[in-house]
Ligand binder design. Structure first.
Ligand code: PEP
Ligand code: MN
Length: 465
């Protein structure tokens, strides 16, 4: 039994959770382990002050919501739901505006309706939002015109502007990251509980997409959804209930100072929860078995994602499960594979087979973005829409062959009309990068490309069911 299980339910955390979290066994083991991709804070006093402040601030999410998400993900691992996880590669403080947040939530809701229809399953909606402010980098430095400065590591660490002041690692940015996450999450909750998620409204928005002549091929699917909604209405469905939807927040748990300071002991169960978001994932660069990230996340109760790149072996996957989910708890582990369109069919089967043969039940999700990054002839970091879709198809094919369930889609996307990825039915070309390339990190699917992907994936899901 888990520590504290069976204690009487109480509705909130133990005070501010500080004393409990400070004493909890193992929560600080990571401090003595190899830590990769961490900032070098410029000022120790400001670092201490930021961590102390974060430790007293209210949690951003409630442990009960985190438990609910774990149940939802357990259903997806069994083939009874599908996960849609999307958002910026790197959120920015400047980008946390009502317009941009609503466009992203709207796009995710639009994609979710299309996927729900294709899969005939509930879709778990999750943003790479309200906390996605730190980035791992392949190089510590960046050189421009002979000047070398620290690489941009996300707004919670340093600024994007290429000046020594902006690029210095400033711990007070963690506190700003917390407040920006809080206001983003507040707006997401307002939208998704306040009527913005109304199924009929979301479907109406999708009609705008199919009315574009470039998307004519998706009209029949949209018409099918239309007919299904009219059927529901005729049967007397409660559309009032469909005005609200669950929506979860996720980010890469990269910055351990931040994650540790926001970890609280839940008074219902006496166990630690990372309260910076519902779902946290470990990146491809920080999933070392003996490293600080795996150790820290093994101590919190949240559902955990782990990115798996093309070099992952079946043994690697099994050892990660042993480290992070020794009790094989349903919904605890999500493997987010990002192998590249050219690798997925070759590399994924051995990993899936090994995990399945061990008896472990994980949720398999495709991230068709991070294995397909290329440089455009005019020098921009980009991804081709066709490569993204090819990896999704490979992912579905492998799972169909192995009899396992392809349980979700993880994408870097925005609700705005940017030009960062090449192609799509209403194609983006590299000339458009000159005026509409806005990302501070990886290239995102724009609004239309995101919807098109959802229509294509919906078709693939419909074939499976
Ligand atoms: C990301 O999700 O933005 C990322 C850095 O992914 P990965 O760890 O898979 O490279
Ligand atoms: Mn990225």
């Amino acid at each position: 039994m888990r520590p504290g299980a069976g204690t009487p339910e109480s509705t909130w955390f133990t005070g501010l959770g500080q004393a409990g979290a400070a004493d909890y066994p193992g929560l600080d083991e990571w401090r003595d382990l190899p830590k990769v991709q961490q900032p070098t804070w410029q000022n120790e006093a400001s670092h201490r002050a930021a961590v102390a402040e974060l430790s007293t601030l209210p949690p951003l999410v409630f442990a009960g919501e985190v438990d609910l998400l774990r149940e939802r993900l357990a259903a997806a691992a069994q083939g009874k739901a599908f996960l849609l996880q999307g958002g910026d590669c790197a959120e920015t403080f400047e980008g946390a505006t009502a317009d941009k947040i609503s466009a992203r939530v709207k796009t995710i809701l639009q994609m979710a309706v299309v996927l729900t229809y294709g899969a005939s399953l509930p879709v778990i909606k999750m943003g790479r939002m309200a906390g996605q402010f730190t980035k791992p980098r392949s190089s510590n430095d960046e050189t421009r015109d002979g000047l070398t400065l620290p690489a941009y590591r996300g707004d919670m660490v340093n600024g994007y502007d290429f000046t020594p002041e902006s690029r210095a690692h400033d711990a007070s940015r963690m506190v700003q990251g917390y407040h920006t996450s809080a206001s983003t999450l507040n707006l997401i909750r307002a939208f998704t509980q306040g009527g913005f998620a109304d199924l009929r409204l979301v479907h109406h928005w999708n009609k705008g997409f199919t009315q574009n002549p470039a998307h004519a091929r998706y009209e029949s699917l949209a018409a099918d959804i239309d007919r299904a909604i009219r059927f529901m209405a005729a049967c007397g469905s409660d559309f009032e209930a469909l005005k609200r939807t669950e929506f979860f927040a996720s980010h890469e748990a990269l910055l351990l100072d931040y994650e540790r300071a926001l970890t609280r002991i839940d008074s219902r169960t006496g166990t630690p929860y990372a309260t910076s978001g519902h779902f946290l994932w470990i990146g491809e660069r920080t999933r070392q078995l003996d490293g600080a990230h795996v150790n820290f996340l093994s101590k919190v109760r949240n559902p955990i994602g782990i990115k798996l790149g093309p070099s992952t072996t079946g043994d690697d996957a099994l050892r990660l499960i042993d480290a992070l989910d020794p009790e094989r708890e349903p919904g605890r582990i999500t493997f987010i594979t990002r192998m590249g369109a050219g690798n997925i069919r070759e590399k994924l089967p051995a990993v899936v087979r090994r995990v399945t043969d061990s008896g472990a039940k994980v949720l398999w999700v495709t991230d068709p973005m991070h294995g397909n990054t290329v440089t455009s002839p005019n020098g921009y970091k980009t991804r081709r829409f066709d490569d993204v879709m090819a990896e999704v198809r490979g992912f579905f094919e492998v799972h169909a062959e192995l009899g396992t369930f392809p349980g979700g889609l993880h994408v870097e996307m925005t609700g705005d009309d940017v030009a960062e990825c090449l192609g799509g039915a209403d194609p983006i070309d590299e000339e458009a990068f000159l005026t509409r390339y806005e990302t501070v990190c990886d290239p995102r699917l724009n609004h239309m490309q995101s919807l098109e992907l959802a229509f294509l994936v919906s078709g693939a899901l419909a074939q499976q069911s």
